[in-house]
Design a protein around this ligand. Structure first.
Ligand code: SF4
Length: 268
């Protein structure tokens, strides 16, 4: 679980509270002007989920299950740079919610419980936008300009993520009760909401792109969910074939549990 911040200036490991005090100049350390405003740091901290009590669609589709596994079990600190993309995504979602389309639900978290080896696992997914009458789910992603201009099709993990949402609204239920046209969708009762189409809206500071991910068979999605979840509850997953904790940019620059990854690998 994330327990604090790795200072962007001197690498010190500090609690969120110490980090924020530093931003308010109530701090003994010198020259710690990281460039992050107090409001941004607070937003970054709030955007980084600390719960380890559930397994989200985002975790299931993460390209490194070893990282997810370690983040759920070890205490770690994160450089604000690593959390900034999630904060940027939250900004996009807040803007979207400010201008809602009538008849749609926004930011609803659905969940269901699956059982693997007698262990119950809560699978969750936070839907950006759901239209029950017109049977669709839309999702909003933010990207850097350069990445957006290179994007030709929806990212595979995002396609999978939306298909998991589609599976969740049929087999699962909203965490908070939802009422629509006299029907109440409540906890622990499968909502059986039918979704026939998915759309991914990518946004950068300078432009937008939209893709229509393919609809997958619900049975295939369920198998995928079980396979991925099984990976997260067993022993530590192996290092993915396309990653090297000593060389890969993703590991070196973006993984907050890299030290643990290496320790487990080397056996100390
Ligand atoms: S260092 Fe790389 S391989 Fe290891 S957990 Fe992090 S992302 Fe995965």
């Amino acid at each position: 679980m994330r327990v604090g911040i790795k200072c962007a200036v001197d690498g010190a490991l500090v609690s969120d509270e110490e980090c924020l005090r530093c931003r308010m100049n109530d701090c003994d350390r010198v020259d710690t002007d990281c460039g992050y405003a107090y409001e941004v740091l607070k937003g970054i901290m709030d955007s980084s989920g600390r719960s380890t009590a559930h397994t989200s669609a985002t975790m299931l589709t993460n390209s490194c299950h070893r990282r997810v596994w370690l983040e759920q079990r070890e205490d770690y600190y994160v450089d604000p740079k690593v959390m900034y993309p999630a904060y940027r995504g939250t900004m996009g979602h807040i803007m979207t919610e400010m201008y809602p389309q009538p008849g749609c639900f926004y930011e609803q978290r659905f969940e269901t419980i699956i059982t693997i080896d007698k262990k119950k696992i809560r699978i969750t997914g936070a839907l950006d936008k759901l239209n029950i009458d017109e049977h669709y789910i839309h999702d909003f992603k933010t990207k850097a300009d350069a990445k957006l201009s290179r994007l030709k099709v929806a990212e595979e993990s995002h396609t999978m993520q939306l298909n998991i949402y589609r599976w969740l609204v049929f087999n699962g239920w909203p965490q908070k009760r939802m009422i629509h046209k006299g029907l109440t969708y409540r906890k622990n009762v499968p909502s059986k909401i039918r979704v026939d189409s998915l759309k991914l809206f990518y946004q950068s500071m300078n432009g937008v792109k939209m893709f229509v991910p393919p609809i997958m068979d619900l049975q295939d999605v369920e198998e995928y969910v079980y396979d991925q979840a099984r990976d997260l509850i067993g022993d530590i997953p192996p290092i993915p074939k396309d990653l090297d904790p000593f060389k890969s940019k993703l590991c070196l620059d973006w993984c907050a549990v890299r030290d643990y990854c290496i320790q487990y690998h080397l056996g100390f």
